[in-house]
Unconditional design. Structure first.
Length: 463
């Protein structure tokens, strides 16, 4: 409740100062707010977002701009005066600037790059030259490096001189005369060492680095496995090019998580916020998967046509078709989601396929037995309580349902768990084996399994 009152007070104060049209008062008010509070004001006052950014000092404007949603960033850059937009882009760290530019149309990127200072333009073009989703797109060239022959006193002087322009100075990088990375040392080691201590005396040769061409997913795993706020990035010759910081990797992880959720839901990944995407684009993103799934369900209808005689001969079997199809689809969707998540978290790799299959066979059988038992219990109760008459051969029908559910749930679990691994092996996105896709696939095969089991138990009796 207290938080809500604080937010209301901040909003009211903002409305009062904006209404005054006193530029100095607006600047003073905005520059005394927390960065996150200013971002909140922009979120809640879209009509003033450009005005808010314009009245902030350039350093604070950059800090606010970095944490805004992409849609808000686009609107602000579009509406800002040309000189102010150029000032903002030049002040942005190179990695954040590249992350923003790569989300824009190419024509717009060309125009914005022209507004950059020569040095910033050179750095930006170099970073944009790396492949999409590579570590090179995330790295910043602003870092502190020293040489192994330097003393601690010289290192501290270097940090004082260049540290203000870097994103982090927690770790200092050691290079040789060729520019090759040979070690990284935490700043605390320099602070605690005597001034005349040589850098080479503090080195242990144990460091972790990334290649500029590495996939960003590899960077996520590296940060997860190592307690670092930044990691160095080198080329194929081990020349130090820049660093990647944990905040950039977290942003990428959030974007990839959003994309995977959208794909699991059966749509193409959105490249902009939901409310900013046009209706035509929204339909295009969703239509492809829906058409594909619809065509898949047509195969289900074809399978049912194939067993039309069996359905006519034993109409009681038709009552359980929705039950059978949904059980297989649900088990497949569960397995698919679990495997995709485990792969995203690095909990399993392609080499673990047999362990995954073995676990899904066991769990699929157990789940099938549980659902099959419930299905049998339903038939037994309904038959004996005279709620519904399943016919004289109701025990065989119950047996058919029991073994059909075991087979279909087992098959669904195997399909759902193996498809992400197969797609990964084919260097495709595992999230593409979305829950609707797995469910549709299992629906088709589930019909075949169901009527094959029914034919086995009811041949010569009902069929």
């Amino acid at each position: 409740m207290q938080l809500e009152n604080e937010e209301i007070t901040l909003q009211q104060r903002f409305e009062e100062v904006i209404a005054s049209e006193d530029k100095l008062a607006i600047q003073e008010f905005l520059n005394h707010q927390n960065i996150s509070d200013v971002a909140t004001l922009i979120n809640e006052n879209e009509e003033y977002e450009t005005q808010i950014i314009s009245h902030l000092s350039i350093h604070r404007a950059t800090s606010v701009f970095k944490i805004l949603a992409l849609g808000e960033q686009k609107r602000i850059i579009k509406d800002l005066p040309a000189f102010k937009a150029a000032e903002l882009l030049n002040e942005l760290p190179a990695d954040d600037r590249v992350s923003f530019l790569e989300e824009l149309p190419k024509s717009m990127v060309r125009e914005l790059i022209k507004t950059l200072d020569p040095e910033e333009r050179k750095v930006t073009l170099e970073l944009l030259g790396y492949p999409d989703n590579s570590v090179g797109r995330l790295m910043t060239p602003d870092y502190v490096y020293v040489y192994e022959s330097n003393t601690v006193e010289q290192v501290l002087a270097t940090i004082r001189r260049f540290g203000t322009n870097t994103e982090t100075i927690d770790v200092i990088y050691v290079i040789n005369s060729k520019g090759e990375l040979i070690d990284d040392i935490r700043i605390r080691d320099f602070i605690l060492a005597a001034p005349d201590t040589k850098v080479e005396d503090l080195m242990d040769g144990r460091y972790i680095s990334l290649k500029a061409t590495d996939d960003q997913e590899l960077a996520q795993q590296a940060f997860k496995m190592n307690n670092r706020v930044a990691l160095p990035v080198t080329d194929d010759q081990d020349i130090l090019l820049g660093i990647v910081t944990i905040d950039d990797v977290l942003w990428v992880a959030e974007e990839e998580f959003s994309e995977d959720i959208q794909k699991i839901g059966g749509t193409e990944a959105f490249d902009e916020p939901y409310l900013d995407i046009s209706i035509i684009k929204l339909v295009k993103k969703r239509a492809g998967w829906l058409v594909l799934l619809f065509l898949g369900e047509m195969l289900t209808a074809t399978a049912m046509q194939y067993f039309q005689k069996e359905i006519e001969a034993a109409t009681v079997l038709a009552l359980f078709i929705p039950l059978i199809m949904s059980s297989g689809g649900n088990s497949g969707s569960q397995a698919s989601t679990l495997i995709i998540q485990a792969m995203a978290l690095g909990e399993l790799t392609l080499a673990d396929w047999w362990r995954v299959m073995r676990r899904e066979i066991i769990s699929g059988l157990m789940l099938g037995i549980i659902l099959g038992s419930i299905g049998v219990l339903r038939i037994v109760l309904w038959q004996n309580l005279h709620i519904f008459d399943y016919g004289v051969y109701w025990k065989l029908v119950a047996t058919t349902i029991f073994f059909s559910l075991i087979g279909i749930v087992l098959w669904g679990s195997l399909m759902g768990s193996m498809l992400p691994l197969i797609l990964k092996r084919m260097k495709l996105d595992p999230a593409a084996s979305s829950a609707p896709f797995v469910a549709t696939l299992v629906d088709v095969t589930g019909i075949v399994i169901y009527f094959s089991v029914a034919y086995f138990f009811l041949r010569g009796i009902l069929l």
